[in-house]
Design a protein around this ligand. Structure first.
Ligand code: CO
Ligand code: CO
Length: 542
């Protein structure tokens, strides 16, 4: 630290100490934890030690990922209901209709109208560039869902500038800019804010002809429903966060989330869709129920024809589900739904939050096959017809059928000793017996790989104590003398690539009388059993 920096720190710290509060974060006492732990005064413009970029996992910087970070629809409706109504004759679609985007006339004479939308969320993937792409694809999707053509965009980003290197923010924005370039538009500005949590999104402006925009109402008897991307993003993202998903699932959903709904939207205009929306945070049923209510129709859906990401059925069967499933369920009136013969896991999937999901569109039956054929030709293999509009009904109803309910039956909780003694039914299953919780302190829970007969429930702290006692005892000289024990410990430290252990045991072996040659031979034994990467580790350490 140079004299100038030191002076700056002294001034800032002086102010903080006099106030008893940290001046950059008044909730923290002065000196703040970062100063005590890392000797860094962020208020004086000093930065936290940078993590190597490859080690940064974006989802560790969020509380709820992707569209799960949305405010529940029920809460949102309540909050928004107190606001003044839009009273402007130029507005063609305002917020009251719950459409994907707003639509406004430029003038009475202009043939084109403007479509506006904004969407911001927290990352559901770890890679910054991919996150930027997803945020962009998701934001522009609302323009596509209205049948619009995007024109330009502004970026909005929340970023913990003191905790993460600026390169990460640049990568996020570059991902967004590249994706919007693919959509044919430029990002012409934006706004950033120093935020405890990473967030990104775009405000997108689009256009279309005066009478051409497609709303979340207007579906007609005889229409069929097409869904253009598989369901299960929110469930998979949650499973990834708690380490319960296969690696392939992560790649599969990342690719889907970052793909544009551009072609699906262009074809939707070509084949005269009557109504459309994109499936995002409020789930398939959340978004579909709006169209059903607004259009005053009954729809019949075949669950078995709905495309799902791989592994989603199994995750739902194990009740690996994000909390947003419940919020979404509460937001859809029960009278609207008729799906008694569906398994619970199937219902959960239908209420799962999606991020940058597909288009859900209603179009005349005679156009649907052509639509599907063309969208498949473009490379989209998932798009499918999932149901049809059967009749007019003032109240609206969603009738859902399946022939595969047994395939979605709940899996029995993983056998874990104590939980077996009280067989839980689907409803009254105690949460601590469910396979999703394993580190619970409740006495009912035991780690899946513990033998029920001899397991002892202990805290991590008591386990650490027990381990230390064990270490101390095996380290004592016994049949093997002290020097040889230390040499063995050294060889093992090398092969397990434990840097601090190598230092301690080299020192201890010397103290016990080992020569430099003996130490080199012990290390060589470790290298012999560990191979090239251990050799590199040891040579680096030396
Ligand atoms: Co939308
Ligand atoms: Co939106």
């Amino acid at each position: 630290m140079n004299a100038e920096q030191r002076k700056k720190r002294k001034t800032i710290m002086g102010r903080s100490i006099a106030l008893g509060h940290c001046v950059c974060d008044p909730r923290k006492p002065c000196p703040c934890p970062e100063f005590k732990e890392y000797d860094v005064c962020q208020c004086a413009g000093e930065s936290m030690p940078a993590k190597p970029i490859g080690e940064i996992k974006l989802t560790e910087y969020v509380r709820s990922a992707g569209c799960a970070s949305k405010i529940g629809k029920k809460d949102l409706n309540e909050i928004l209901s107190g606001l003044p109504e839009v009273n402007d004759r130029r507005v063609l679609v305002g917020s009251a209709s719950g459409d994907d985007a707003g639509v406004i006339k430029i003038s009475e004479t202009d043939d084109d109208v403007l479509i506006l939308t904004v969407d911001v969320f927290a990352p559901s993937v770890d890679d910054p560039y991919t996150f930027g792409q997803i945020a962009a694809a998701n934001s522009v999707s609302d323009i596509y869902a209205m049948g619009g053509k995007p024109l330009t965009a502004l970026s909005i980003i929340g970023f913990p500038v003191h905790d993460l290197p600026g390169q990460v923010m640049q990568d996020i924005l570059r991902g967004g800019i590249d994706k919007l370039d693919e959509a044919g538009i430029a990002v012409i500005g934006g706004h950033s804010i120093n935020d405890g949590e990473v967030k990104c999104g775009f405000a997108v402006l689009g256009t279309c002809k005066k009478d051409a925009y497609i709303r979340n109402t207007g579906a007609q008897v005889g229409d069929v429903m097409v869904l253009t991307k598989p369901l299960g993003i929110g469930i998979a993202a949650f499973a990834i966060q708690i380490d319960r998903a296969e690696k392939e699932v992560a790649d599969e959903i990342a690719e889907s989330m970052s793909s544009l709904n551009k072609i699906g939207a262009e074809l939707m205009l070509k084949y005269n869709a009557h109504a459309a929306t994109d499936v995002t945070g409020f789930s398939l049923l959340g978004h579909l129920s709006e169209i059903v209510k607004n259009s005053k129709i009954n729809v019949e859906i075949d669950f078995d024809s709905i495309p799902l990401f791989s592994g989603i059925a199994n995750l739902a069967r194990q009740e690996i589900l994000p909390g947003a499933v419940e919020r979404n369920r509460e937001a859809v009136p029960e009278e609207l739904l008729d799906f008694t013969n569906l398994a619970d896991a199937q219902k959960d999937i239908l209420f799962g939050p999606e991020t940058s999901g597909g288009l859900l569109l209603f179009l005349p039956e005679y156009e649907a096959e052509k639509y599907l054929c063309e969208i498949r030709k473009s490379g989209n293999k998932s798009a499918a017809i999932i149901g049809k509009v059967t009749e007019k009904n003032e109240e609206g109803k969603i009738i859902m059928k399946t022939k595969k309910a047994e395939e979605f039956a709940r899996l029995a909780p993983e056998s874990s000793g104590c939980c077996d003694s009280s067989p839980a039914t689907e409803e009254d299953q105690s949460p601590c017996c469910s396979p999703t919780t394993s580190d619970n302190e409740s006495s009912c829970c035991c780690p899946a790989d513990t033998n029920a007969d001899e397991h002892v429930v202990g805290t991590p702290a008591s386990a650490a104590n027990a381990f230390q006692t064990y270490m101390a005892s095996v380290n004592q000289p016994g049949a093997i003398n002290k020097k040889n024990k230390k040499l063995i410990a050294l060889a093992l430290s090398v092969v397990t690539k434990c840097g601090p252990c190598v230092k301690i045991n080299t020192h201890a072996a010397k103290e016990a009388g080992a020569s430099d040659e003996e130490i080199a031979e012990a290390a060589a034994m470790g290298i012999a059993f560990g191979g090239a990467s251990v050799a590199m580790f040891y040579n680096n350490l030396k």
